[in-house]
Design a protein. Structure first.
Length: 561
């Protein structure tokens, strides 16, 4: 990011950090972190947290760490680590040398747990998961102490060492904090700190068979890294007391401050990694990077610019209450960015053949086309023109409606960058379908207005049939057709709300300059929308993905509904 992009708007978190720095707290240092669990791909809900942590650190010449919370080997994979690293870099943030893993600290975390046992603040419990739940109590009823809560320090140390040595099976024993089973905060009712998991870890292999719980590992990892401000979402607010309790009992040198903010929720979107994984594994989508997925990898493949995602995430602000942002706001940010940066091109996706009867059969010419009216520095290109063209089928109507200003029998329109043409004949097949239009062109109108001053109301895009290149064009749309995909009828499933038209595949006919477009290139197909070249596209098999239509068609649907 440029230096101009490192200063964010004021919010309550920045006010806290500013006050701490002014007071000399932490020696004036600011160290933040972004700590994802590598159990899936990052999604549209994450850029807000990523941007907040990285930008606040940058505002004070501090550092932001990227740390993977890899304490659950059942769900974590190296693939997810690599994808997250790629996504965060693509989004525009860099952590330099500060890449860490909670698994880097497994030895230290184990010793911290041993120290809690020695201080009488933790014990080994034999209760099963069902028994633990029964003992926990409720919001209105206190919990009950475990029958193993008063084991001696020596017995607990022995049992914990045997847990580490692999003597017990999954679920046989846990290490729990010894706090208060009557606490009104359920997070303080003797929570589990360690559990047995005889599962290989993607980084440490079979070295460990016990793993720390998030609440235990997270605060201590922050402390080990000398984090000053631990920013997290509101679901961790009740667990802040446990965060502080663990650090207080161990009397660590660095006690970071946990600050909670509202997570970013987006309409028409599922953000649960569990449900996103279900979509992938059930084949509803073609992987985590399917352009319909709300993952950063999916949005990148669909052509969403990182600057637009940052703008969206930062524009929603930092609040203390959860709310849902309309996905149209994200799409607006994408359109704004692409309108400014995407070069224009001509393409026809539903072709109708047009023959210019008075244009010489053996003639071809090159016309000048503007690459972007928003950025003159992008210059111009040439597009070939010939006697036989394709236009969009929807740009012709044999019996035009009152406000239809495009091509119709006897009507004159402008071809973009080319000539005025008039439809003189409609050719149909045996079934009555229109298959060709016969037209005449006015050679005096090349690239401009008619010399006699006559005007036309419609301007159409086109491609020359002889020069067009073919491509597979994937017309992506929103994956869910309702604002809240979780709202289902009794006995229903969130997949009941899938949009059946989230993907249509057509053959596109493109201007020849697009034959050299490279994977990742973003373009505006004039009058059709924004498109990007798919990573799998090849010269012999070109693939373009629709990023978005030029306008929000869903707003029209909602208005009609």
């Amino acid at each position: 990011m440029s230096s101009e992009e490192t200063t964010g708007p004021r919010d309550f978190i920045r006010d806290i950090v500013a006050a701490d720095v002014a007071a000399g707290k932490n020696g004036g240092r600011v160290v933040t972190r972004f700590p994802p669990e590598p159990n899936g791909y990052l999604h549209v809900g994450h850029p807000k947290a990523i941007s907040l942590s990285f930008r606040i650190a940058a505002e004070y010449d501090g550092t932001c760490h990227l740390r993977f919370d890899d304490t659950n080997p059942l769900a974590e994979e190296g693939e997810f680590v690599e994808a997250m690293i790629e996504d965060i870099r693509w989004l525009g943030f860099d952590w330099g040398e500060h890449l860490y893993f909670t698994s880097d600290y497994f030895d230290q975390l184990y010793e911290f747990a041993v120290e809690l046992i020695r201080r009488g603040k933790a014990f080994v419990c034999d209760l099963s998961s069902e028994e633990l739940a029964a003992h926990r109590g409720s919001l209105t009823e206190p919990g009950r102490n475990s029958p193993h809560r008063d084991r001696s320090v020596e017995e607990n140390l022995d049992l914990f060492a045997r847990m580490k040595a692999g003597e017990f099976e999954n679920g046989d024993r846990t290490l729990r904090a010894r706090i208060d089973m009557a606490s009104p905060n359920l997070a303080l009712r003797d929570p589990i700190l360690y559990r047995v998991h005889k599962v290989p870890h993607h980084r440490t292999g079979d070295t460990w068979c016990i793993y720390p719980m998030y609440d235990f590992a997270h605060c201590l990892s922050d402390s080990i890294e000398s984090v000053t401000h631990s920013l997290c979402t509101l679901e961790f607010a009740d667990r802040r007391a446990l965060y502080d309790w663990i650090l207080d009992q161990l009397e660590v040198e660095c006690h970071p401050q946990q600050i909670e903010f509202a997570r970013l929720n987006v309409s028409h979107t599922i953000l649960s990694k569990r449900r996103l994984k279900e979509l992938v594994e059930s084949g509803v989508v073609d992987g985590w990077d399917d352009p319909r997925m709300p993952t950063l990898s999916g949005m990148r493949r669909r052509g969403y610019p990182p600057a637009a995602i940052r703008s969206f995430a930062e524009g929603v602000g930092v609040a203390k209450r959860d709310n849902t942002i309309q996905v149209a706001q994200l799409e607006h940010a994408v359109r704004e960015e692409l309108n400014r940066t995407a070069p224009r091109a001509l393409a026809v996706l539903d072709p109708l053949r047009v023959v210019l009867e008075n244009y010489p059969e053996d003639r071809e010419e090159e016309l000048e086309a503007i690459n972007s009216p928003e950025d003159p520095a992008l210059g111009t290109r040439v597009v070939p023109f010939s006697r036989v063209l394709y236009i969009e089928r929807e740009d012709f109507m044999e019996e035009p409606l009152r406000k239809f200003f495009r091509l119709a029998p006897g009507r004159e329109v402008r071809l973009r960058y080319a000539y005025f043409i008039t439809c003189t004949e409609v050719v149909k097949d045996a079934s009555g379908e229109v298959v060709e239009l016969r037209c005449r062109y006015d050679p005096a109108t090349r690239g401009g207005d008619a010399p006699d001053g006559r005007k036309v109301k419609g301007t159409l895009h086109w491609v020359s049939v002889a020069h067009a290149v073919s491509a597979e064009v994937r017309l992506y749309d929103r994956l869910f057709r309702v604002e809240d995909p979780d709202e289902v009828a009794e006995g229903g499933h969130f997949t009941d709300n899938l949009n059946p038209d989230s993907l249509r595949v057509v053959t596109g006919h493109l201007e020849p300059s697009l034959a050299t477009a490279r994977p990742g290139d973003c373009l505006q197909f004039e009058r059709l929308g924004y498109f990007t070249v798919d990573p799998d596209s090849k010269p012999e098999a070109r693939v373009f993905n629709r990023t978005l239509p030029l306008r929000d068609t869903w707003a029209k649907i909602a208005k009609k509904g």
